[in-house]
Design a binder for this molecule. Structure first.
Ligand code: GUN
Length: 320
């Protein structure tokens, strides 16, 4: 087994796969380390706050995947000692009702973070709903103020999934300065903020998307590939520079030959594992880290709003 490039990553969170080149990164183990640091933060601020930090989650409609994500977010929030409140609205709700609910949560002194699970059902304007969030409670980091702060490198709440990608990259490779990163996908939730977050780590970042010409050639230059384009198995092993880190953000449901459906990422895992040095599985890689970063953002929002100074859980797990 090759030695680990960065001592912060332990053998328990990188599973060696016999016969394959890449080591598979265990996102659940990495997320558990962050959750433990968040739980410590919750314990520290609760007495001064005089109440338990609280995450409010808004779920509109019956999308089974969204319902599952929300259940996991609430379960993990409660596991680190937070309170959670869930608001479920039917798919035919009108936009004003959602925005009125958010305004109420914005002014509720007992709520520290608000998350509106996306996408919203057809006919609702997700972007407008997100903009109605109080930026100090926007624990997804999607409001204009937080997105602008990310562009400017100013203080603000950073989006969860791309923060989770950077965390996994730092935990696996250590200092990312000078690394070449190719991000595939230009979404507001992942691709665009991931580009800026890796740039803030002094990486050289190329943002690509479904219309980019000769994607395989561009990918082959990358030390780190972040696949977030929503195309099952798009990224092949032949696109990967030997030894590179592959972070698969995709979660796509596809029909299997046996009539069942299963979840696959944007990376063709079987071929990529042969070329990559490190690879995240999908599911089980980035997904757990997204929730860990949501909890980091919520405890930070609770402490900032109360004027408290709580140690950053990410810095506790991964000191610079
Ligand atoms: N849908 C898929 N991922 C996310 C996320 O990170 N936040 C929200 N609000 N919705 C999502």
């Amino acid at each position: 087994m090759t030695s680990l490039p960065h001592e912060a990553a332990s053998m328990t969170d990188i599973i060696a796969c016999s016969g394959a080149a890449a080591k598979v990164i265990d996102g659940k183990a990495a997320a558990a380390a962050v959750d433990a640091a968040v739980a410590e933060g919750v314990r520290q601020i609760t007495p001064t706050l005089g109440r338990i930090p609280c995450l409010a989650v808004v779920l509109v409609g019956q999308n089974p995947a969204s319902a599952l994500y929300v259940r996991n977010k609430i379960r993990r929030a409660e596991a680190v000692g937070m309170r959670s409140v869930q608001h479920r609205l039917s798919a035919d709700v009108n936009q004003k009702t959602i925005i009125d609910l958010i305004r109420q949560l914005n002014t509720d002194a007992g709520v520290d973070g608000i998350l509106v699970q996306l996408p919203l059902p057809a006919g609702l304007d997700g972007a407008r709903v997100v903009q109605s969030l109080d930026p100090t409670k926007d624990v997804d980091g999607l409001t204009s103020r937080n997105a602008g702060a990310l562009v400017l490198g100013a203080a603000g709440i950073r989006p969860c999934t791309p923060s989770g990608c950077v965390f996994l990259a730092r935990r696996t490779l250590g200092d990312l300065t000078g690394k070449s990163v190719v991000v595939i996908g230009r979404s507001i939730l992942v691709g665009k903020p991931a580009t800026l977050l890796f740039l803030a780590e002094n990486c050289t970042v190329t943002l690509t998307h479904s219309r980019t010409g000769d994607l395989p050639r561009i990918c082959r230059q990358a030390d780190i590939v972040v696949a977030a384009v929503g195309r099952p198995g798009l990224v092949k092993g032949s696109w990967i520079k030997p030894g590179a880190l592959v972070i698969d953000v995709g979660i796509n449901r596809i029909d299997s030959k046996d009539g069942q459906s299963r979840l696959v990422g944007d990376v063709d895992f079987e071929s990529a594992i042969e070329t990559a040095g490190f690879i995240t599985p999908a599911p089980g890689g980035v997904g757990p880290m997204t929730i860990a970063m949501l909890l980091v953002n919520t405890v930070a929002a609770a402490s900032h709003r109360a004027g408290l100074d709580v140690p950053d859980p990410v810095a506790a797990v991964l000191p610079r």
